[in-house]
Design a protein around this ligand. Structure first.
Ligand SMILES: [Fe+2]
Ligand SMILES: [Fe+2]
Length: 492
Protein backbone atom coordinates (compact mmCIF):
# COMPACT_ATOMS: atom_id res chain seq x y z
CA UNK A 1 0.00 0.00 0.00
CA UNK A 2 1.16 3.53 -0.64
CA UNK A 3 1.32 5.69 2.43
CA UNK A 4 1.70 9.16 0.95
CA UNK A 5 -1.10 11.63 1.40
CA UNK A 6 -2.15 13.72 -1.54
CA UNK A 7 -5.18 15.52 -2.83
CA UNK A 8 -7.01 14.52 -5.97
CA UNK A 9 -7.85 11.29 -7.70
CA UNK A 10 -5.52 8.33 -7.71
CA UNK A 11 -2.72 8.44 -10.27
CA UNK A 12 -2.99 6.47 -13.47
CA UNK A 13 -1.48 3.11 -12.63
CA UNK A 14 1.29 1.52 -14.57
CA UNK A 15 1.92 -2.16 -14.54
CA UNK A 16 0.36 -5.51 -15.13
CA UNK A 17 -3.05 -6.65 -16.33
CA UNK A 18 -4.62 -6.27 -12.92
CA UNK A 19 -4.22 -2.50 -12.85
CA UNK A 20 -7.15 -0.18 -13.28
CA UNK A 21 -7.57 2.43 -15.99
CA UNK A 22 -8.29 5.76 -14.31
CA UNK A 23 -8.14 7.79 -17.50
CA UNK A 24 -11.62 6.48 -18.36
CA UNK A 25 -14.83 8.17 -17.29
CA UNK A 26 -15.62 4.94 -15.44
CA UNK A 27 -12.43 3.46 -13.95
CA UNK A 28 -12.31 -0.25 -14.72
CA UNK A 29 -10.16 -3.28 -15.31
CA UNK A 30 -12.61 -4.99 -17.65
CA UNK A 31 -11.55 -3.21 -20.85
CA UNK A 32 -14.78 -1.26 -20.97
CA UNK A 33 -13.39 0.81 -23.86
CA UNK A 34 -13.42 -2.37 -25.94
CA UNK A 35 -17.23 -2.58 -25.75
CA UNK A 36 -18.68 0.76 -26.83
CA UNK A 37 -22.33 -0.23 -26.33
CA UNK A 38 -21.77 -1.39 -22.79
CA UNK A 39 -19.60 1.64 -22.06
CA UNK A 40 -22.31 4.01 -23.29
CA UNK A 41 -24.98 2.21 -21.30
CA UNK A 42 -22.95 2.46 -18.08
CA UNK A 43 -22.07 6.09 -18.81
CA UNK A 44 -25.81 6.65 -19.05
CA UNK A 45 -26.32 5.09 -15.62
CA UNK A 46 -23.46 7.01 -14.00
CA UNK A 47 -25.25 10.42 -13.63
CA UNK A 48 -28.26 8.65 -12.11
CA UNK A 49 -25.96 7.05 -9.56
CA UNK A 50 -24.42 10.44 -8.75
CA UNK A 51 -27.89 11.97 -8.35
CA UNK A 52 -28.78 9.16 -5.98
CA UNK A 53 -25.54 9.71 -4.02
CA UNK A 54 -26.28 13.44 -3.70
CA UNK A 55 -29.87 12.83 -2.61
CA UNK A 56 -29.45 9.81 -0.33
CA UNK A 57 -25.70 9.51 0.36
CA UNK A 58 -23.97 11.07 3.41
CA UNK A 59 -25.84 14.21 4.48
CA UNK A 60 -22.99 15.97 6.33
CA UNK A 61 -21.27 18.50 4.02
CA UNK A 62 -17.53 17.84 3.73
CA UNK A 63 -14.68 19.31 1.74
CA UNK A 64 -12.72 16.12 1.44
CA UNK A 65 -12.11 12.80 3.16
CA UNK A 66 -9.02 10.62 3.52
CA UNK A 67 -10.26 7.67 1.47
CA UNK A 68 -8.67 4.61 -0.01
CA UNK A 69 -9.31 3.90 -3.64
CA UNK A 70 -8.55 0.65 -5.41
CA UNK A 71 -5.78 1.06 -7.96
CA UNK A 72 -5.04 -2.58 -8.73
CA UNK A 73 -6.76 -5.81 -7.82
CA UNK A 74 -3.61 -7.88 -7.34
CA UNK A 75 -2.42 -9.34 -4.08
CA UNK A 76 -0.46 -6.26 -3.00
CA UNK A 77 -0.75 -2.59 -3.59
CA UNK A 78 -4.44 -2.42 -4.42
CA UNK A 79 -5.20 0.58 -2.26
CA UNK A 80 -4.27 4.22 -2.55
CA UNK A 81 -5.05 6.70 0.25
CA UNK A 82 -5.67 10.40 -0.36
CA UNK A 83 -7.93 13.29 0.62
CA UNK A 84 -10.72 13.21 -1.95
CA UNK A 85 -13.94 15.24 -2.22
CA UNK A 86 -16.43 12.42 -1.72
CA UNK A 87 -18.51 13.09 -4.81
CA UNK A 88 -15.28 12.78 -6.82
CA UNK A 89 -14.51 9.31 -5.47
CA UNK A 90 -13.67 7.11 -8.46
CA UNK A 91 -16.41 4.52 -8.30
CA UNK A 92 -15.53 1.89 -10.82
CA UNK A 93 -15.62 -1.70 -11.95
CA UNK A 94 -12.96 -3.94 -10.51
CA UNK A 95 -12.88 -7.69 -10.89
CA UNK A 96 -10.29 -9.99 -9.37
CA UNK A 97 -7.90 -11.36 -11.95
CA UNK A 98 -9.13 -14.12 -14.19
CA UNK A 99 -7.74 -17.58 -13.78
CA UNK A 100 -8.05 -19.08 -17.28
CA UNK A 101 -7.94 -22.61 -15.86
CA UNK A 102 -10.69 -22.11 -13.30
CA UNK A 103 -13.15 -25.00 -13.14
CA UNK A 104 -16.52 -25.33 -11.42
CA UNK A 105 -15.82 -26.78 -7.97
CA UNK A 106 -19.23 -28.14 -6.96
CA UNK A 107 -22.63 -29.33 -8.12
CA UNK A 108 -23.52 -31.22 -11.25
CA UNK A 109 -21.10 -29.19 -13.42
CA UNK A 110 -18.18 -29.92 -11.10
CA UNK A 111 -14.92 -30.14 -13.06
CA UNK A 112 -16.24 -28.31 -16.15
CA UNK A 113 -14.65 -25.00 -17.14
CA UNK A 114 -16.12 -21.98 -15.32
CA UNK A 115 -18.71 -20.08 -17.39
CA UNK A 116 -17.76 -16.82 -19.06
CA UNK A 117 -21.35 -16.28 -20.23
CA UNK A 118 -24.70 -16.84 -18.54
CA UNK A 119 -26.31 -20.15 -19.55
CA UNK A 120 -29.88 -19.48 -20.73
CA UNK A 121 -31.42 -21.95 -18.26
CA UNK A 122 -29.87 -20.11 -15.27
CA UNK A 123 -30.39 -16.58 -16.48
CA UNK A 124 -33.39 -15.72 -14.31
CA UNK A 125 -31.94 -17.25 -11.13
CA UNK A 126 -28.53 -15.60 -11.57
CA UNK A 127 -30.08 -12.23 -12.24
CA UNK A 128 -32.20 -12.55 -9.11
CA UNK A 129 -29.13 -13.38 -6.98
CA UNK A 130 -27.30 -10.35 -8.36
CA UNK A 131 -30.27 -8.04 -7.86
CA UNK A 132 -30.79 -9.11 -4.23
CA UNK A 133 -27.08 -8.64 -3.46
CA UNK A 134 -27.02 -5.33 -5.35
CA UNK A 135 -30.05 -4.04 -3.46
CA UNK A 136 -28.33 -4.32 -0.08
CA UNK A 137 -25.35 -2.15 -1.07
CA UNK A 138 -27.04 1.25 -1.61
CA UNK A 139 -29.54 0.39 1.13
CA UNK A 140 -26.88 0.57 3.84
CA UNK A 141 -25.68 3.95 2.52
CA UNK A 142 -29.25 5.21 2.81
CA UNK A 143 -29.60 3.79 6.32
CA UNK A 144 -26.42 5.53 7.46
CA UNK A 145 -26.83 8.89 5.75
CA UNK A 146 -27.52 10.98 8.87
CA UNK A 147 -24.81 9.51 11.10
CA UNK A 148 -22.21 12.10 10.12
CA UNK A 149 -24.08 14.71 12.15
CA UNK A 150 -23.34 12.84 15.38
CA UNK A 151 -19.93 11.29 14.76
CA UNK A 152 -17.94 10.55 17.94
CA UNK A 153 -14.71 11.63 16.19
CA UNK A 154 -13.17 12.64 12.88
CA UNK A 155 -11.50 9.21 12.78
CA UNK A 156 -14.89 7.48 13.01
CA UNK A 157 -16.39 9.89 10.51
CA UNK A 158 -13.74 8.91 7.99
CA UNK A 159 -14.45 5.22 8.54
CA UNK A 160 -18.18 5.76 8.06
CA UNK A 161 -17.56 7.52 4.76
CA UNK A 162 -15.11 4.84 3.62
CA UNK A 163 -17.77 2.20 4.21
CA UNK A 164 -20.33 4.37 2.39
CA UNK A 165 -18.27 4.95 -0.77
CA UNK A 166 -17.37 1.27 -0.93
CA UNK A 167 -20.99 0.16 -0.60
CA UNK A 168 -21.61 2.56 -3.48
CA UNK A 169 -18.87 0.78 -5.41
CA UNK A 170 -20.43 -2.58 -4.61
CA UNK A 171 -23.58 -1.30 -6.26
CA UNK A 172 -21.44 -0.51 -9.32
CA UNK A 173 -20.07 -4.05 -9.20
CA UNK A 174 -23.55 -5.58 -9.44
CA UNK A 175 -24.78 -3.01 -11.98
CA UNK A 176 -21.85 -3.86 -14.24
CA UNK A 177 -22.89 -7.53 -14.23
CA UNK A 178 -26.51 -6.63 -14.93
CA UNK A 179 -25.56 -4.37 -17.84
CA UNK A 180 -22.86 -6.61 -19.28
CA UNK A 181 -24.61 -9.98 -19.10
CA UNK A 182 -28.38 -9.53 -18.78
CA UNK A 183 -29.33 -7.22 -21.65
CA UNK A 184 -32.41 -5.05 -21.51
CA UNK A 185 -33.81 -6.76 -18.40
CA UNK A 186 -30.50 -6.24 -16.61
CA UNK A 187 -30.54 -2.55 -17.46
CA UNK A 188 -34.09 -2.24 -16.15
CA UNK A 189 -33.06 -3.93 -12.88
CA UNK A 190 -30.11 -1.53 -12.59
CA UNK A 191 -32.53 1.39 -12.73
CA UNK A 192 -34.69 -0.16 -10.03
CA UNK A 193 -31.69 -0.47 -7.71
CA UNK A 194 -31.71 3.33 -7.46
CA UNK A 195 -35.50 3.60 -7.22
CA UNK A 196 -36.14 1.33 -4.26
CA UNK A 197 -35.07 3.07 -1.04
CA UNK A 198 -34.47 1.92 2.50
CA UNK A 199 -37.60 2.28 4.60
CA UNK A 200 -39.68 3.60 1.66
CA UNK A 201 -43.25 2.41 2.24
CA UNK A 202 -44.05 2.18 -1.48
CA UNK A 203 -40.73 0.90 -2.78
CA UNK A 204 -38.70 -0.56 0.10
CA UNK A 205 -35.42 -2.43 -0.18
CA UNK A 206 -35.84 -6.16 -0.77
CA UNK A 207 -34.58 -7.52 2.57
CA UNK A 208 -35.99 -6.60 5.99
CA UNK A 209 -32.78 -5.68 7.83
CA UNK A 210 -32.05 -3.10 5.12
CA UNK A 211 -35.23 -1.20 5.87
CA UNK A 212 -34.46 -0.76 9.57
CA UNK A 213 -33.29 2.67 10.61
CA UNK A 214 -29.67 3.06 11.71
CA UNK A 215 -30.58 5.31 14.61
CA UNK A 216 -27.21 5.92 16.24
CA UNK A 217 -23.53 4.97 16.22
CA UNK A 218 -23.93 1.99 18.54
CA UNK A 219 -26.29 0.55 15.99
CA UNK A 220 -23.94 1.49 13.13
CA UNK A 221 -21.12 -0.49 14.74
CA UNK A 222 -23.45 -3.41 15.42
CA UNK A 223 -24.63 -3.18 11.81
CA UNK A 224 -21.11 -3.27 10.38
CA UNK A 225 -20.28 -6.14 12.72
CA UNK A 226 -23.36 -8.33 12.20
CA UNK A 227 -25.03 -7.20 8.97
CA UNK A 228 -21.93 -6.48 6.88
CA UNK A 229 -20.77 -9.89 8.07
CA UNK A 230 -23.87 -11.44 6.56
CA UNK A 231 -22.76 -9.69 3.36
CA UNK A 232 -19.35 -11.27 3.70
CA UNK A 233 -20.89 -14.75 3.88
CA UNK A 234 -23.27 -14.16 0.97
CA UNK A 235 -20.36 -12.86 -1.14
CA UNK A 236 -18.36 -15.90 -0.05
CA UNK A 237 -20.95 -18.23 -1.63
CA UNK A 238 -21.13 -16.15 -4.83
CA UNK A 239 -17.33 -16.09 -5.03
CA UNK A 240 -17.59 -19.86 -5.67
CA UNK A 241 -20.10 -19.39 -8.52
CA UNK A 242 -19.56 -21.21 -11.81
CA UNK A 243 -20.38 -17.87 -13.48
CA UNK A 244 -16.83 -16.57 -13.48
CA UNK A 245 -17.48 -12.79 -13.77
CA UNK A 246 -19.70 -12.97 -10.68
CA UNK A 247 -17.08 -15.00 -8.80
CA UNK A 248 -14.33 -12.52 -9.67
CA UNK A 249 -16.48 -9.53 -8.78
CA UNK A 250 -17.31 -10.94 -5.37
CA UNK A 251 -13.74 -11.92 -4.68
CA UNK A 252 -12.67 -8.31 -4.97
CA UNK A 253 -15.67 -7.01 -3.02
CA UNK A 254 -14.63 -9.27 -0.14
CA UNK A 255 -11.31 -7.44 0.13
CA UNK A 256 -13.14 -4.15 0.62
CA UNK A 257 -15.63 -5.78 2.99
CA UNK A 258 -12.85 -6.69 5.44
CA UNK A 259 -12.54 -3.03 6.42
CA UNK A 260 -16.27 -2.80 7.15
CA UNK A 261 -15.94 -5.71 9.52
CA UNK A 262 -12.96 -4.04 11.17
CA UNK A 263 -15.03 -0.91 11.76
CA UNK A 264 -17.72 -2.96 13.50
CA UNK A 265 -15.43 -5.15 15.59
CA UNK A 266 -13.26 -2.32 16.85
CA UNK A 267 -16.16 0.13 17.17
CA UNK A 268 -18.06 -2.11 19.59
CA UNK A 269 -14.82 -3.04 21.33
CA UNK A 270 -14.01 0.63 21.98
CA UNK A 271 -17.50 1.23 23.36
CA UNK A 272 -17.22 -1.78 25.66
CA UNK A 273 -13.82 -0.57 26.81
CA UNK A 274 -15.19 2.84 27.73
CA UNK A 275 -18.23 1.29 29.40
CA UNK A 276 -15.99 -0.97 31.48
CA UNK A 277 -13.86 2.02 32.57
CA UNK A 278 -16.93 3.93 33.69
CA UNK A 279 -18.45 0.92 35.47
CA UNK A 280 -15.20 0.45 37.39
CA UNK A 281 -14.65 4.07 38.30
CA UNK A 282 -18.28 4.76 39.26
CA UNK A 283 -18.95 1.41 40.86
CA UNK A 284 -22.30 1.08 39.08
CA UNK A 285 -23.74 -0.50 35.93
CA UNK A 286 -26.05 2.44 35.40
CA UNK A 287 -23.70 4.75 33.58
CA UNK A 288 -26.03 6.73 31.32
CA UNK A 289 -25.84 9.54 33.90
CA UNK A 290 -22.06 9.84 33.48
CA UNK A 291 -22.13 9.74 29.69
CA UNK A 292 -21.52 6.05 28.98
CA UNK A 293 -23.64 3.31 27.42
CA UNK A 294 -24.67 0.66 29.97
CA UNK A 295 -23.55 -2.86 29.14
CA UNK A 296 -27.13 -4.07 29.30
CA UNK A 297 -28.07 -1.65 26.53
CA UNK A 298 -25.10 -2.79 24.42
CA UNK A 299 -26.38 -6.35 24.92
CA UNK A 300 -29.86 -5.36 23.72
CA UNK A 301 -28.49 -3.74 20.56
CA UNK A 302 -26.39 -6.86 20.00
CA UNK A 303 -29.50 -9.06 20.41
CA UNK A 304 -31.40 -6.97 17.91
CA UNK A 305 -28.76 -6.74 15.18
CA UNK A 306 -27.77 -10.39 15.47
CA UNK A 307 -31.36 -11.59 15.17
CA UNK A 308 -32.32 -9.42 12.19
CA UNK A 309 -29.08 -10.42 10.46
CA UNK A 310 -29.83 -14.13 11.07
CA UNK A 311 -33.08 -13.60 9.13
CA UNK A 312 -31.04 -12.55 6.10
CA UNK A 313 -29.93 -16.16 5.61
CA UNK A 314 -33.49 -17.15 4.70
CA UNK A 315 -35.33 -20.31 5.69
CA UNK A 316 -33.17 -23.12 7.04
CA UNK A 317 -34.60 -25.45 4.42
CA UNK A 318 -34.80 -24.10 0.91
CA UNK A 319 -35.30 -25.86 -2.40
CA UNK A 320 -33.94 -22.79 -4.17
CA UNK A 321 -30.69 -22.89 -2.24
CA UNK A 322 -30.29 -26.59 -3.10
CA UNK A 323 -30.97 -25.89 -6.77
CA UNK A 324 -28.56 -22.95 -6.83
CA UNK A 325 -25.90 -25.26 -5.45
CA UNK A 326 -26.53 -28.21 -7.75
CA UNK A 327 -26.62 -25.91 -10.78
CA UNK A 328 -23.33 -24.25 -9.79
CA UNK A 329 -24.73 -20.76 -9.19
CA UNK A 330 -23.87 -20.45 -5.50
CA UNK A 331 -21.44 -22.59 -3.48
CA UNK A 332 -20.82 -23.02 0.22
CA UNK A 333 -18.58 -20.90 2.41
CA UNK A 334 -15.01 -21.99 1.57
CA UNK A 335 -16.32 -24.64 -0.78
CA UNK A 336 -12.92 -25.80 -1.97
CA UNK A 337 -11.70 -26.42 1.57
CA UNK A 338 -14.60 -28.75 2.43
CA UNK A 339 -13.70 -32.40 2.67
CA UNK A 340 -16.63 -34.02 0.88
CA UNK A 341 -17.73 -34.83 -2.68
CA UNK A 342 -19.02 -31.25 -3.39
CA UNK A 343 -22.16 -32.74 -4.88
CA UNK A 344 -23.91 -33.63 -1.59
CA UNK A 345 -26.63 -35.84 -3.03
CA UNK A 346 -26.39 -38.40 -0.20
CA UNK A 347 -25.37 -36.20 2.72
CA UNK A 348 -27.61 -35.55 5.71
CA UNK A 349 -27.38 -33.31 8.79
CA UNK A 350 -29.47 -32.46 11.86
CA UNK A 351 -31.63 -29.41 12.14
CA UNK A 352 -33.31 -27.88 15.21
CA UNK A 353 -36.91 -26.70 15.14
CA UNK A 354 -39.74 -25.98 17.59
CA UNK A 355 -42.75 -28.22 18.11
CA UNK A 356 -45.33 -28.05 20.90
CA UNK A 357 -43.25 -25.51 22.75
CA UNK A 358 -40.07 -27.61 22.67
CA UNK A 359 -36.91 -27.80 20.62
CA UNK A 360 -36.71 -30.94 18.49
CA UNK A 361 -34.09 -32.20 16.08
CA UNK A 362 -34.55 -33.92 12.76
CA UNK A 363 -32.34 -35.27 10.04
CA UNK A 364 -32.54 -33.48 6.72
CA UNK A 365 -30.70 -33.71 3.38
CA UNK A 366 -27.72 -31.32 3.40
CA UNK A 367 -28.75 -30.06 -0.04
CA UNK A 368 -32.04 -28.87 1.37
CA UNK A 369 -30.39 -27.05 4.27
CA UNK A 370 -27.59 -25.01 2.69
CA UNK A 371 -28.92 -21.74 4.09
CA UNK A 372 -28.50 -23.31 7.52
CA UNK A 373 -24.99 -24.45 6.63
CA UNK A 374 -24.04 -20.87 5.78
CA UNK A 375 -25.77 -19.48 8.85
CA UNK A 376 -23.87 -21.89 11.11
CA UNK A 377 -20.58 -20.67 9.65
CA UNK A 378 -21.72 -17.10 10.24
CA UNK A 379 -22.69 -17.72 13.88
CA UNK A 380 -19.31 -19.26 14.64
CA UNK A 381 -17.62 -16.20 13.14
CA UNK A 382 -19.87 -13.81 15.11
CA UNK A 383 -18.79 -15.48 18.33
CA UNK A 384 -15.18 -14.42 17.72
CA UNK A 385 -15.97 -10.73 18.06
CA UNK A 386 -18.01 -11.31 21.20
CA UNK A 387 -14.98 -13.05 22.74
CA UNK A 388 -12.83 -10.08 21.83
CA UNK A 389 -15.32 -7.65 23.39
CA UNK A 390 -15.49 -9.76 26.54
CA UNK A 391 -11.72 -9.58 26.81
CA UNK A 392 -12.14 -5.85 27.46
CA UNK A 393 -14.48 -6.65 30.36
CA UNK A 394 -12.10 -9.23 31.72
CA UNK A 395 -9.13 -6.87 31.41
CA UNK A 396 -11.09 -4.32 33.41
CA UNK A 397 -11.64 -6.90 36.14
CA UNK A 398 -15.40 -7.13 35.61
CA UNK A 399 -17.43 -10.34 35.79
CA UNK A 400 -20.09 -9.19 33.33
CA UNK A 401 -20.03 -10.69 29.82
CA UNK A 402 -21.77 -10.13 26.50
CA UNK A 403 -23.37 -13.16 24.84
CA UNK A 404 -24.79 -14.06 21.45
CA UNK A 405 -28.49 -14.79 21.87
CA UNK A 406 -29.97 -18.17 20.95
CA UNK A 407 -30.42 -18.68 17.19
CA UNK A 408 -34.20 -18.76 17.68
CA UNK A 409 -34.40 -15.41 19.47
CA UNK A 410 -36.54 -12.69 17.82
CA UNK A 411 -36.74 -14.40 14.44
CA UNK A 412 -39.15 -13.58 11.64
CA UNK A 413 -37.84 -15.98 9.02
CA UNK A 414 -37.49 -19.78 9.07
CA UNK A 415 -38.43 -22.44 11.62
CA UNK A 416 -38.38 -20.10 14.62
CA UNK A 417 -40.71 -17.50 13.09
CA UNK A 418 -43.99 -17.53 14.97
CA UNK A 419 -42.34 -18.85 18.16
CA UNK A 420 -41.00 -16.88 21.08
CA UNK A 421 -37.51 -17.94 22.14
CA UNK A 422 -35.64 -16.15 24.93
CA UNK A 423 -31.99 -15.11 24.42
CA UNK A 424 -30.83 -18.08 26.48
CA UNK A 425 -32.98 -20.51 24.55
CA UNK A 426 -36.29 -21.10 26.29
CA UNK A 427 -39.48 -21.37 24.29
CA UNK A 428 -41.97 -18.92 25.80
CA UNK A 429 -45.67 -18.22 25.45
CA UNK A 430 -46.95 -14.82 24.39
CA UNK A 431 -47.43 -13.48 27.91
CA UNK A 432 -43.97 -14.50 29.13
CA UNK A 433 -42.38 -12.96 26.02
CA UNK A 434 -44.25 -9.68 26.39
CA UNK A 435 -43.29 -9.46 30.05
CA UNK A 436 -39.57 -9.71 29.27
CA UNK A 437 -39.00 -8.34 25.78
CA UNK A 438 -38.09 -4.82 26.95
CA UNK A 439 -35.17 -6.32 28.84
CA UNK A 440 -33.91 -8.06 25.68
CA UNK A 441 -34.43 -5.64 22.82
CA UNK A 442 -33.77 -1.89 22.78
CA UNK A 443 -36.87 -0.05 23.96
CA UNK A 444 -37.81 3.40 22.72
CA UNK A 445 -36.41 4.75 26.00
CA UNK A 446 -33.07 2.95 25.46
CA UNK A 447 -32.74 4.34 21.94
CA UNK A 448 -33.59 7.79 23.20
CA UNK A 449 -31.00 7.60 25.98
CA UNK A 450 -28.34 6.42 23.52
CA UNK A 451 -29.36 9.14 21.05
CA UNK A 452 -28.94 11.77 23.76
CA UNK A 453 -25.23 10.79 24.06
CA UNK A 454 -24.70 11.20 20.32
CA UNK A 455 -23.22 14.68 20.17
CA UNK A 456 -20.60 15.21 17.46
CA UNK A 457 -16.90 15.53 18.31
CA UNK A 458 -15.18 17.13 15.33
CA UNK A 459 -11.92 18.20 17.00
CA UNK A 460 -9.00 16.18 15.56
CA UNK A 461 -7.84 13.49 17.99
CA UNK A 462 -10.76 13.93 20.40
CA UNK A 463 -13.43 11.32 21.08
CA UNK A 464 -16.95 11.45 22.46
CA UNK A 465 -17.21 10.36 26.09
CA UNK A 466 -19.03 7.08 25.38
CA UNK A 467 -16.28 5.51 23.25
CA UNK A 468 -12.54 4.90 23.77
CA UNK A 469 -9.95 6.09 21.25
CA UNK A 470 -8.60 3.47 18.81
CA UNK A 471 -5.11 2.00 19.29
CA UNK A 472 -3.86 3.22 15.92
CA UNK A 473 -4.97 5.41 13.04
CA UNK A 474 -5.76 4.50 9.45
CA UNK A 475 -2.98 3.63 7.00
CA UNK A 476 -0.25 4.35 9.58
CA UNK A 477 -1.50 7.89 10.14
CA UNK A 478 -1.81 9.13 13.73
CA UNK A 479 -5.18 8.95 15.50
CA UNK A 480 -5.36 12.77 15.50
CA UNK A 481 -4.76 13.00 11.72
CA UNK A 482 -7.05 15.34 9.74
CA UNK A 483 -8.97 12.46 8.18
CA UNK A 484 -11.90 14.67 7.20
CA UNK A 485 -12.09 18.33 6.30
CA UNK A 486 -15.63 19.49 6.98
CA UNK A 487 -17.24 22.05 4.74
CA UNK A 488 -17.67 25.39 6.52
CA UNK A 489 -21.43 24.90 6.57
CA UNK A 490 -20.94 21.49 8.19
CA UNK A 491 -19.31 22.82 11.33
CA UNK A 492 -21.87 23.30 14.05
FE1 LIG B 1 -21.00 -4.26 0.33
FE1 LIG C 1 -19.99 -3.79 3.61
Amino acid sequence: MTTESRTGPAPAPTGPLSSIDYSEQIPNNVNLAGDRRLQRALEGWQPKFLDWWKALGPALPTKDVYLRTAIAVGRDGWAHFAHVPMEQYRWGIFLAERNPDRAVSFGKHKGEPAWQQVPGEHRAALMRLIVVQGDTEPASVEQQRLLGATSPSIYDLRNLFQVNVEEGRHLWAMVYLLHAYFGREGRAEAEQLLKRNSGDLDAPRILGAFNEETTDWLQFFMFTYFTDRDGKYQLGTLKESAFDPLARTCEFMLKEEAHHMFVGTTGVQRIVKRTAELMKSRGTADIFGCGGIPLQVIQKYLNFQFSVSMDLFGSEQSTNAGNYYSSGLKGRWQETRRKDDHVLLDEVRTMTYVENGEFREKEVPVLSALNLDLRDEYVADCANGVRRWNQELEDAGLDDRLVLPHEGFNRRVGVYAGHHVSPNGEVLDDAAWQACVDGWLPSAADRQAVASLMVPEYEYGKFAGWIAAPQTGINDQPVEFDYVHLAEEGIA
